[in-house]
Design a protein around this ligand. Structure first.
Ligand code: TRP
Ligand code: SF4
Length: 404
């Protein structure tokens, strides 16, 4: 696969450790649904990643795998546009993880912030395991085996994508040099024709000497426009641009998701850990009950007390769900004690139910027919394996493992 194709690919995974809730919808899923129209998207269930922390309760994972895929489909992820698969059903991820672990310095994994944080925080689980230490390397393998140029993640995951870039760079640096690489690359440049060859050399120099990324992108564009360049030459020309050898594993970048922080029912961030969630396909009655009893501005004790919307998690929800007019009505009514909290929550309940209605409807056919979900995933796994095998073959051969 070429670098240009890598730019078109998006890959992301989710750990099946619980039911998805509105926080996931607004933070991640809505974004996936948007991306599937613009990119070649691959979304997968990261069940091995879930095992790194939940190795003692695997039934949690099993329960949530299928429900999570149904949640994705309900949210509007379209199996016709995106490839959906399960990590453990594409064992190539594990082989690449092993191979990458050979070249990943221990200090890189030890300094990952999520690792240090979780080790410090998790007193209920023993995370001093080999598997958990390797978490970001496995994530790197997920990304690199599919040669994904773009990885939509929240801010907490950015260090993992950064480390993946470093691993890819190190891999290409160590294994990307076939003998005589520079000469072959120079020959390939000559085949570009006088004008393009000069441009390529100037742009390459500008990038290598001045770090000018625009020059790099321009030169990449020139290469991808060439019709008569062989695949081998194309790879060499791309690799030579960045100084070293052939690019076997393209470096991904994080597509940082702008997340609206979804408040939970108690005003803390919505999270399974706090037990303050509204799940994606929650029953309407339950949604209503939950919002009705949701925490409000603690200073507003009686109906006649004026409140401050800026201190109220209900108003934070209004900011996500309501139009300007409704928000102005809340502000006015709350600060003057003109409306009660139940009045305030009413339009919000309607909006949440309205948002969930199509999701509940889309989910029905999958809930009633689990085989349909299994077929979608089986097809996705097949496609993902074909992809993964191609990368792995290159990696094995680069690392000298292609004995015959
Ligand atoms: N670590 C990610 C999370 O906890 C899940 C994940 C696993 C992932 N592999 C990935 C995300 C590859 C993006 C790309 O959210
Ligand atoms: Fe919160 Fe609305 Fe009650 Fe004001 S009226 S405290 S914004 S729930």
């Amino acid at each position: 696969m070429s670098l240009i194709e890598a730019q078109k690919r998006v890959l992301s995974g989710m750990r099946p450790t619980g039911r998805l809730h509105l926080g996931h919808y607004h933070g991640v899923l809505k974004n996936w649904v948007r991306l599937q129209h613009e990119y070649d998207c691959m979304f997968f269930v990261a069940d091995w990643h879930a095992l790194t922390t939940h190795y003692e309760d695997p039934q949690v994972i099993e329960e949530n795998v299928w429900q999570m895929v149904i949640d994705w489909l309900a949210a509007g992820v379209n199996p016709g546009s995106a490839t959906l698969f399960i990590q453990s059903r594409v064992p190539e991820h594990a082989e690449l993880h092993l191979l990458l672990s050979m070249i990943t310095p221990l200090s890189w994994v030890e300094r990952v912030p999520t690792y240090k944080d979780l080790m410090a925080k998790s007193n209920d689980r023993d995370l001093a395991t080999y598997g958990f230490l390797g978490y970001p390397v496995l994530q790197g393998a997920d990304i690199l085996i599919h040669q994904a140029g773009n990885v939509p993640v929240g801010a907490d995951q950015v260090p993992h994508v950064e480390m993946t870039r470093e691993i890819a760079r190190r891999f290409n640096h160590i294994y990307g040099k076939d003998p005589g690489f520079a000469e072959l690359a120079e020959d390939a440049i000559k085949k570009l024709g006088r004008k393009n060859a000069k441009m390529y050399r100037d742009l390459r120099r500008d990038f290598l000497e001045n770090g000018n990324r625009e020059a790099l992108e321009k030169a990449q564009a020139i290469i991808s426009e060439q019709q008569n360049v062989s695949l081998g030459d194309r790879d060499r020309l791309f690799g030579y641009l960045e100084g070293g050898g052939k690019v076997i594993l393209p470096e991904p970048k994080a597509l940082l998701t702008e997340v609206s922080i979804m408040p939970g029912l108690d005003g803390q961030k919505m999270s399974k850990t706090y037990g303050n969630t509204i799940s994606l396909r929650e029953e309407p009655d339950s949604v209503e009950k939950k919002i009705k009893t949701m925490t409000t501005d603690p200073a507003r004790v009686k109906r006649t007390d004026p409140g401050d919307p800026d201190k109220c998690p209900v108003f934070t929800l209004h900011k996500i769900y309501s139009d300007e007019e409704t928000k102005a009505w809340v502000r006015q009514g709350c600060t003057s004690a003109g409306i009660g909290c139940i009045d305030c929550k009413k339009p919000l309940i309607e909006k949440v139910l309205e948002e969930q209605q199509p999701m509940r409807e889309r989910a029905i056919q999958y809930e009633e027919n689990p085989d349909l979900v299994k077929t979608i995933v089986a097809e996705g796994c097949e496609k993902a394996r074909t992809n993964a095998r191609a990368t792995l073959e290159e990696v094995r051969s680069a690392m000298g493992l292609d004995y015959r």
